[in-house]
Write a protein that binds this ligand. Sequence first.
Ligand code: NAD
Length: 499
Amino acid sequence: MSTTSAGLKLDADVTAFLSESLQKAFVNGQWVEASGGQTFDVVDPGTGGKIATVTSLQKDDVDAAVNAADAAFKAGTWSRMPVSERSAVMHRIADAVEQRLSQFAQLESLDCGKVYNQAEGDIQGFIDTFRYFADLAQTLDYRNVIAVKNHEAWVKRHAWGPCGFIIPWNFPFLLAGWGLGPALAAGNTCVLKPAEDTPLSMLYLCHMIQDLDLLPPGVLNIVTGIGETAGAAVAGNSLFRRMSFTGSPEVGRLVAEVCGRNLVPVKCELGGKGAALVFDDVDIPETAQKLVEAITFHSGQVCCDATRWLVQKDIYDSFVDECITRMKSVNIGYQLDEGTQMGPVVSNKQRERVLGYLEKGTAEGAELVLDGGAADVAGRDGYFVKPALFAGALSNVAAREEIFGPVAFLAPFESESEGVSLANDTEYGLGNSVWSSDLARCARVAEAFESGNGWINAHNVIVHGVPYAGVGKSGMGGGVVSPDTLNDYLRPISVVRPL
Ligand code: NAD
């Protein structure tokens, strides 16, 4: 065991991994450096201290990784492996991650500032996702006969080829699992670019895969680097047969544009500005508690979070008081310390963004009913912020734009129809929730949301088997962790013979 700069014990294997002077990218089963020697630093958001130097791949380096994925696909060792064998490998990867769950969780917590037990949940989510798709892949019919008059016809499904993934920093390991799980289970080969803030857990995974000889070379390639360089090179490589981008709408547009030019099918899982519609028949303390837990979970850096809390007029004042009391008592601390409920945000840039929205929202006339602002955590020089609550007109910038921090915006409504129309009055459409003891009303309202997901008396509910995706500025062509996702990674070919 060793210690972090903040004095916490880390597993010896994690310490050994972090003691490498340079973290290299994983391409074609080898550890590679950027051709020009470029690097970038990764910091612990809880201390601001450097924890790794990582190779920063350039366009040619990324292109080499895509070529390797293409060659590995064509070689067929993975893509033509019998489904049952491929599924067994997926299970072996899941089992191996599970045996190292605490190591992965420590690294994830350290790298993105996620509270340790939340990081454990993410790692478990990756494991469950690999198992889900490994099992699902074995139940599919890869050849479906179609009954048509005077013809013999069937549809055969193959893997597509090399698939590209660009992912953000808020759930680095889990989102990688949501992407890689279905793509690999279907027999594709993958090139994944982690966010520059949080590349470590993916590299640790590749060490494990290499040590245990779990995948043939070139099947999984991790290209570390900066968005504008390595990310743009992934987005622009026309050898890909599928592209998956998760991140901000601004970068999503760039990726979709270049994929459009290359005619590479792309799915975009983007941001959100979710609403929680709270009716006057709720249990006020219980509902306030659940929403406070949601907005402080991973310091509010959750795309589908409830960031607009719309509360029926009769209970508005008491609901707001209850929320303020609970938000004030959230224990802000170092992410690996026991008892911490909310850790830092991922970077100084992200903290500046959150603090900037507190200023911009106030300047446009919203009231901060709970101030928020930078938080001091004794002995840690990290990027901590306090939870904040705005109240005011929903035309305010803080009610319309994604802040990505522990900040919610309150507004009252009177009737059900007014509440639904306020919830839907946004460019985003990822996850909204309805809170009421009248379940018929809940079902009606949830179905009326113009979003990919409608949740009842809960928020951020993501269950294997149920499609999760966004509409509008929250994404296009997306969807994860359901049978549809696996089908996305299979190329259908119709075969027809006139009789
Ligand atoms: P971001 O868009 O800045 O970055 C995402 C990824 O894109 C990173 O890997 C980055 O390096 C890369 N990138 C940056 N510029 C690029 C370019 N020009 N070309 C190609 N790639 C480039 O997003 P972020 O700040 O890392 O993450 C936060 C955003 O992600 C929020 O908007 C959040 O809502 C969204 N998100 C959505 C989902 C979902 O499932 N819908 C899940 C998690 C996060």
